[in-house]
Design a protein around this ligand. Structure first.
Ligand code: FAD
Length: 469
């Protein structure tokens, strides 16, 4: 008899886990609550007909740089990556922008007086991306596969973003590093925030920050297509309400966060494991807007049209203040805004001559605050006339995000806070395993955490397979 496994949730980690289990010969059924698979990797017509918006993630440095995804024949299932000429631009008040060039030699020259320091910071890891990725995209280990490389990374990993930015002479380079580190939702004076800045910068040079042709959904569709080829089945609009529905399965894999796992399967766990899951902490939320635009965004710094991703927030100190406020539970007056403008590089996203963009800022978990005026005044600061280009917008508060994907608890897009404790023990010291030998967790609430790389699902499925065989 073939063993049977089920996966609850068809986000990238659920699909990755399902693929590993199917590759190992198990019969796999995936149950997804929403009408479309993908979780925070979906493309939907959220504004006007013909405008295709990425509901969640949009840019995939860790997708193209994922050791697991690159082992799969995803291009045969329609996945095509598109690189904007520069991965990231960071506009400043003087009407110019700092650009992070993909090529490290070009980046070194464009960052001028800081080019050498930038290159010294990232080059060892850029040159050994695949070794680095295989160590960094898994649970922290005392015995890494590449000990010298990881020891070198470790010397920076515990530093704050402010400490690392202190190596740069120019305020422009410091601002650029702030924008990269602020993805972490940590305060820029907190330990680990520097490591996150590096984790964003390194793949920019090593593999790029690409967008998928046709949108995020193309990545999900490719994963679903390959899973189908392996015999896996996906049922959408199938929200699991009770674990008793899964009695027929030898293995139950959950692409959900600890709070949801407790609600669904808490009765199956020991009291001490339940207590550990209850202690799991969620991070700040996001307030997001999708735009249908009549034209490209009128950036004062024309160079911003070379990058798919724009970091809006001004100087290092301004970005740091925005993130500090969110960590302190308040709403920044001048939020750090992450903006993606995919249709400049992929015309399939909007009707001819029209454009799409998305923008979000961090807010306290569960926030109900309307951040739209603050987000738009930050965009107008660097792109005067932006509001005149808006044909339609769709706003998601932190709670609105959770309504479309139950894993975005309180609008938290990373599957839980990524502070030092939860970096090491995510969500508990058992990582993917639970106190029930048939139940495993594979979402971004497990190592290596948020981002679209599928490595949580990959490692969870490998651990599960090692225990049932
Ligand atoms: C606005 C936003 C922007 C982001 N930008 C980026 C980016 O540009 N690049 C990047 O790498 N990452 C980005 N991320 C983060 C990234 O999308 C997530 O880290 C990633 O999707 C996590 O994958 P997952 O499989 O763990 O969870 P999810 O993608 O959240 O998928 C979980 C799935 O489980 C389903 N589910 C939950 N409960 C049940 C149930 N009871 N029954 C059945 N199904 C259930 C959900 O419906 C969902 O489909 C972004 C996220 C958001 C929200």
């Amino acid at each position: 008899m073939r063993r049977r496994a089920c996966v609850i949730g068809a986000g990238p980690n659920g699909l990755a886990a399902a693929i590993v289990l199917a590759q190992a010969g198990l019969q796999v059924d995936v149950f997804e609550a929403e009408p479309t698979a993908g979780g925070a990797v979906r493309t939907l017509e959220l504004t006007l007909p013909g405008f295709r918006h990425d509901f969640g993630s949009a840019v995939y440095p860790l997708g193209i740089g994922s050791p697991f995804f690159t082992s799969l024949p995803l291009s045969e299932y329609g996945l095509q990556w598109i690189h904007s000429p520069a991965p990231v631009a960071h506009p400043l008040d003087d009407g110019t922008a700092v650009l992070l060039e993909r090529d490290l030699i070009q980046a070194k020259s464009s960052l001028g007086e800081d080019g050498k320091a930038w290159s010294e910071l990232v080059r060892p890891f850029v040159e050994h991306w695949w070794e680095f990725a295989s160590d960094v995209l898994r649970p922290v280990s005392l015995v890494p596969k590449h000990p010298l490389l990881m020891a070198h990374f470790g010397t920076n990993a515990l530093r704050s973003a402010r400490t690392i930015a202190g190596r740069f002479q120019s305020q422009r380079t410091r601002a650029l590093f702030a924008g990269l580190a602020a993805h972490s939702t940590l305060g820029l004076d907190e330990v680990l925030s520097g490591a996150f800045g590096m984790l964003m910068a390194i793949p920019a040079h090593a593999v790029g920050w690409p967008i998928p042709h046709g949108g995020a959904q193309s990545l999900t569709n490719a994963l679903c297509g390959y899973l189908g080829k392996l015999g896996g089945k996906i049922s959408t609009s199938s929200r699991l309400e009770n674990i008793e529905q899964l009695a027929d399965y030898d293995l139950q894999m959950f692409d959900v966060t600890p709070r949801q796992l407790l609600a669904l399967a808490g009765a199956r766990f020991t009291p001490s494991f339940r207590r550990r899951l209850q202690r799991f902490r969620y991070g700040p939320g996001a307030f997001k807007v999708d735009y249908a635009l009549s034209s490209p965004i009128p950036w004062r710094a024309g160079d911003c049209l070379r990058a798919a991703t724009i970091h809006i927030g001004g100087t290092f100190d301004e970005v740091a203040e925005s993130e500090r406020a969110v960590r302190a539970g308040s709403h920044p007056e001048h939020p750090f805004v992450l903006l993606v403008q995919p249709s400049l590089f992929d015309p399939s996203r909007a009707p001819a001559g029209k454009h799409t963009a998305w923008a979000y800022c961090h807010v306290p978990n569960g926030s109900m605050e309307d951040m739209l005026p603050r987000i738009e005044s930050q965009i107008e600061r660097f792109a005067p006339g932006f509001r005149d280009c808006v044909l339609a917008r769709k706003v998601f508060s932190a709670a609105g995000l959770e309504q479309k994907d139950a894993n975005l608890v309180g609008g938290n897009i990373g599957g839980g806070a990524l502070d030092a404790g939860q970096f090491l023990f995510r969500p508990t010291w058992r990582h993917y395993a639970t106190s029930d030998p048939a139940i495993y967790l594979c979402s971004s609430s497990t190592p290596p955490g948020g981002g679209v790389h599928g490595m949580c699902g990959y490692h969870a499925a490998r651990v599960a397979l090692s225990r049932i065989s």
